[in-house]
Design a protein around this ligand. Structure first.
Ligand code: ADP
Length: 342
């Protein structure tokens, strides 16, 4: 019995350490005139979507290039499946699929030919090559255009093709460097849906982006990067909670319900709210924002609903204002996220 227990706990420990697929330890990268990365450490676990978010020039692509063995680090250590991206490059080929930031397709080949060419390059077995290409074209909605030259595709179509091209050889690690940069909303949604499905297929995903909503939609955990890691790795709600420990509710109501009983005694004294905005929005209506010193509003909401219902107070619009990643970035750095964009 005790022997069994020991085996179980050892298994657990092994499983935990095996869980880390990509590890960056105290990484620094100097280019001749600039330090692109400093003190960067993170671990990416199996089956997670790990997102690096940061403005242009933050060092996102430099991390991707280091991970894929395209450049050498100045200091620190990076491992993928415990292997070194440069020294063990041969062992790692085929283990990951890279979707680079730049479109790198053959314009003079058709969509289908581009995929077939790549599949052969990565030794996708002949017996499943055509079926795999069909499947990938279908996933990104390019079946009908498969025999057209890629040179005639829109930017969004090219990005979609490039995404599935990197997945043809069924890699377990997928690195997506700003996969939806500059593409239309519809293509972006198709790509997001596909990325969201990848962890279920046993894939581990590293995604870089400077679209906040992309990180909000896709990421299990994020780091906010600006040469160094300024926040994370953590789940976005945990970061939001840490940076904005308070919550804001907003409501619109008619002037006749604004009395000291409701405002001073209930909202301020009993619930501990503080009024931060009061605005006349029509002849009859005022809009209010109250801030509460808690992230978890459940109890406050319950009391608010009970009170307004039992006192017949009509609330016309009610919103809980959650901070966005954009708000988080602004508060952390004092910079608008897109200030640095070229
Ligand atoms: P991001 O992908 O977040 O936009 P990069 O990793 O491309 O950022 O760049 C980080 C910093 O390193 C930037 O200041 C960029 O100008 C600089 N940089 C990137 N590549 C090189 C290079 N080959 N030589 C010199 N500086 C570079």
């Amino acid at each position: 019995m005790s022997a069994n227990k020991k085996v179980t706990s050892e298994h657990f420990i092994n499983a935990e350490s095996n869980d880390v697929i990509i590890k960056a330890d105290n990484v620094r990268k100097d280019y001749p005139n600039i330090t692109a990365l400093e003190n960067v450490s993170f671990s990416i676990r199996k089956n997670e979507i790990f997102c690096i978010i940061g403005p242009n020039g933050a060092g996102k692509s430099t991390i991707v290039k280091l991970l894929t063995g395209q450049i050498k680090l100045t200091q620190g250590k990076i491992t993928i499946n415990n292997l070194d991206p440069i020294l063990d490059r041969k062992k790692l080929v085929g283990k990951f699929g890279l979707v680079p930031q730049e479109i790198a397709l053959y314009n003079e080949l058709t969509g289908r030919e581009n995929l077939t060419f790549h599949a052969r390059l990565y030794n996708v077995p002949k017996y499943k090559l055509h079926q795999k290409v069909d499947e990938m074209l279908e996933i990104v909605g390019l079946t009908e255009r498969q025999n057209d030259y890629v040179g005639t595709y829109s930017g969004g179509m090219k990005r979609r093709l490039q995404l599935v091209r990197a997945l043809l050889h069924e890699p377990n690690i997928i690195i997506l460097d700003e996969p939806t940069l500059g593409i239309d909303v519809q293509s972006r949604k198709a790509i997001h849906d596909y990325i969201l499905d990848l962890p279920k297929q046993g894939k581990t995903i590293l995604l870089t982006t400077n679209y906040m909503e992309e990180a909000e939609r896709l990421a299990d955990r994020i780091i906010i990067l600006d040469t160094s890691i300024i926040e994370g790795p953590a789940r976005l709600p945990d970061i939001q909670k840490k940076i904005f420990p308070e919550s804001i509710i907003e409501f619109k109501t008619t002037l006749d319900v604004i009395n000291s009983e409701f405002f001073d005694n209930f909202l301020i004294k009993e619930l501990g709210g503080e009024i931060i905005l009061e605005k006349q929005v029509s002849e009859q209506h005022k809009l209010f924002q109250f801030v509460f010193g808690t992230y978890d509003l459940n109890e406050i909401l319950e009391k608010f609903i009970n009170y307004t219902t039992s006192h017949n107070i009509s609330i016309d619009e009610f919103t809980i204002k959650k901070p966005t990643l954009e708000d988080v970035f602004l508060k952390l750095t004092g910079k608008e996220f897109r200030d640095n964009e070229s």
